[in-house]
Write a protein that binds this ligand. Structure first.
Ligand SMILES: NC(=O)c1ccc[n+]([C@@H]2O[C@H](COP(=O)([O-])OP(=O)(O)OC[C@H]3O[C@@H](n4cnc5c(N)ncnc54)[C@H](OP(=O)(O)O)[C@@H]3O)[C@@H](O)[C@H]2O)c1
Length: 202
C-alpha cells in the first residue's frame, strides 16, 4: 500500500482494533514516520502488548491518553508536538470506545453518561486538540477543505468488545480499514463507510 500518512495518532491502541491498526501500520512497505499509539494506562498490564511492539519499532511512541479527560488530552498533545516539531499531525484515528451490554430497559443514567462521555465527547475533545495543533503548526497553509473527516464501521469483529462470536477477525477488519483510509478523497468527507468501503447512510 502507498504511503498513508507521515504521522498518525490512534486512540485506544493497547488492544483490539487499535492494537492491530498499529501493528499493520508499522508493517507497511512505506510506514508512517511517527505512530502515536495512545492508551489510557500504558504502564499497567493492559499496556504490555503495545510496549512490546513499540520496543521493536522506534516509530511507535506510546502516549498516555484518556479520551474524555481534558488534562490527559492536553498532556498528550504536548508530547505529540514535541516529536512533530511543527510539522502537524496527518491522520487521527479515533478508535477508543466502549460498549454497553445494558438494554434500554435496564440501562442506568450513570452508565449512559459514561458511555456518551467516552464515545462522543472523547473523540470531539481529541479532534479539537488535534485541530488546534494543526492550526498552530500550519497556520498559513491550512485550508479547511484539506481535512477529511469520515467514520468507519469496522464490521462485527472478534475483540473483547465484539466477542468470539463475531464473524470477522481483527486482522481482516483492519486490512479493510487501512485500504479504505488510503482510498479517501475530498468527496468522502462527512460519510460513514464500512470496513470494505461501502457507504452506510446515516
Ligand atoms: N468489535 C466490534 O465488533 C466493533 C463493532 C462496531 C464498532 N466498534 C468500534 O471499534 C472501536 C474499537 O473496538 P474494539 O473492538 O477494538 O474494542 P475493545 O477491544 O473493547 O478495545 C477498546 C479500546 O478502547 C480503549 N478505551 C476505552 N475507553 C477509553 C478511554 N476512556 N480512553 C482511552 N481509551 C479507551 C480501551 O482501553 P482499555 O484497555 O484501557 O480499556 C481499548 O484499547 C470502538 O470505538 C468500537 O466502538 C467495534
Amino acid at each position: 500500500m502507498a504511503v498513508l500518512a507521515r504521522s498518525i495518532l490512534v486512540t485506544g491502541s493497547n488492544r483490539g482494533i487499535g492494537l492491530e491498526l498499529v501493528k499493520q501500520l508499522v508493517e507497511m512497505s512505506d510506514p508512517p514516520e511517527h505512530i502515536f499509539a495512545t492508551c489510557r494506562d500504558p504502564d499497567g498490564p493492559r499496556g504490555r502488548a503495545l510496549h512490546d511492539l513499540a520496543d521493536k519499532h522506534p516509530s511507535i511512541h506510546v502516549v498516555q491518553l484518556e479520551v474524555e479527560n481534558q488534562s490527559s488530552v492536553k498532556a498528550a498533545v504536548a508530547i505529540v508536538q514535541s516529536y512533530l516539531e511543527g510539522k502537524g499531525l496527518n491522520l487521527l484515528i479515533n478508535n477508543a470506545g466502549v460498549d454497553t451490554y445494558d438494554t434500554l430497559q435496564t440501562v442506568e443514567q450513570q452508565e449512559m453518561l459514561c458511555t456518551f462521555n467516552i464515545n462522543v465527547v472523547g473523540p470531539i475533545l481529541v479532534v479539537k486538540a488535534a485541530l488546534n495543533m494543526v492550526t498552530a503548526c500550519l497556520a498559513v497553509e491550512l485550508k479547511g477543505d484539506e481535512i477529511l473527516c469520515i467514520a468507519i464501521h469496522p464490521g462485527w469483529v472478534k475483540t473483547d468488545m465484539g466477542t468470539e462470536k463475531a464473524p470477522l477477525t481483527v486482522q481482516h477488519s483492519v486490512q479493510g480499514i487501512l485500504k479504505v483510509l488510503a482510498s479517501l478523497s475530498s468527496s468522502s468527507t462527512g460519510t460513514l463507510l464500512d470496513w470494505e468501503g461501502r457507504r452506510i447512510f446515516w
